[in-house]
Ligand binder design. Structure first.
Ligand code: SF4
Length: 298
């Protein structure tokens, strides 16, 4: 079995519990969502309109496809950045599949190791580089392959793995068994359920049973992280957190300002931090945006 992934890169973790930690990101291909409405101005109409009309692309991605950008662009890194909808569109839309690599586990490991400053996960000074499984939705199609990846001889000194997930995909039994029995690395579930600001409907996006299942993996850690743009979103977070708690989940909650353009991020940041202080939630920045702007490979 081969892994399809759009990019792997070395950076600092920009969001959530491990902000600032040196990390290698592996961005897998494929997602069950489209999140077409991130960053779309609410005042221009009903956020659900696109979904109601059955459209599969947000306006920006549609424009790229109309301009045949997917046919004329040579390299993944040269694809334009979009400012609305899913910011990793090339990792979710089949039209961009050919920009993704399809590699055997050995080749993926070689690629990851080539990114590490000392060619190993645990550096000479004792600091370990985290591996961040991101996407797309990293738990959609690749769970079986991850066992081979993590068990690869050159991954023996890996100490921390984070799954950045939309928290809709159940874990396969084999994968749970593996995670429950291994004790080499810590597992963190960075759960980012999608609110209506994304355009995805509540029924398919808010899955307390899935989050509970993740939290039950032995020794793993889990937190919820929500992207918010305004007070409506914050109210929806409160509703979602209630739903997760009623489902039996107790965990930290992070709010993150809606990003995309770093100037939008700056406008949102203080308000979100204040809300976190009021409500007893945690604030997470998008450190990578303020450090590097909105670019691939960061
Ligand atoms: S869940 Fe994440 S990767 Fe999937 S469409 Fe939404 S923003 Fe993109």
């Amino acid at each position: 079995m081969k892994l399809r992934y759009s990019e792997a890169f070395y950076s600092v973790q920009g969001e959530g519990k491990f902000v600032g930690v040196p990390s290698v990101f592996l961005r897998t291909f494929g997602c069950n969502f489209r999140c077409m409405n991130f960053g779309v101005d609410k005042s221009v109409g009903d956020r659900w309109e696109q979904h109601k009309r059955g459209e599969r692309y947000n306006a920006e991605v549609k424009q790229l496809l109309d301009k045949k950008v997917h046919e004329t662009t040579e390299e993944f890194e040269d694809l334009p950045i979009v400012h609305t909808g899913c910011d990793t569109y090339a990792s979710i839309y089949p039209e961009f599949k050919h920009f993704n690599k399809l590699r055997e586990v050995d080749e993926v490991v070689e690629h990851l190791l080539s990114l590490l400053p000392e060619g190993k996960w645990t550096m000479d000074n004792g600091q370990d580089v985290h591996l961040i499984m991101t996407g797309g939705e990293p738990l959609l199609a690749w769970q079986r392959l991850y066992v081979d990846l993590f068990e690869h001889p050159r991954m023996r000194d890996l100490k921390n793995v984070t799954f950045e997930t939309n928290t809709t995909q159940h874990l396969k039994d084999d994968f749970v068994d593996y995670l429950n029995t291994q004790d080499r690395f810590e597992v963190t579930w960075s759960c980012s359920p999608k609110l209506s600001v994304s355009g995805e409907p509540w029924e398919t996006a808010i899955k307390p049973d899935v989050a509970l299942e993740y939290s039950r993996v032995d020794g793993s850690d889990l937190y919820l992280k929500f992207v918010v743009a305004d007070q409506d979103d914050v109210n929806e977070v409160a509703r979602a957190v209630d739903a997760y708690r009623e489902g039996g989940l107790e965990c930290p909650v992070y709010l993150m300002p809606l990003g995309g353009r770093s100037e939008e991020y700056s406008l949102n940041v203080q308000e979100v931090a204040n809300l976190c202080m009021e409500r007893g939630w945690r604030f997470t920045p998008r450190l990578h945006i303020s450090l590097f702007g909105n670019a691939w490979g960061t």
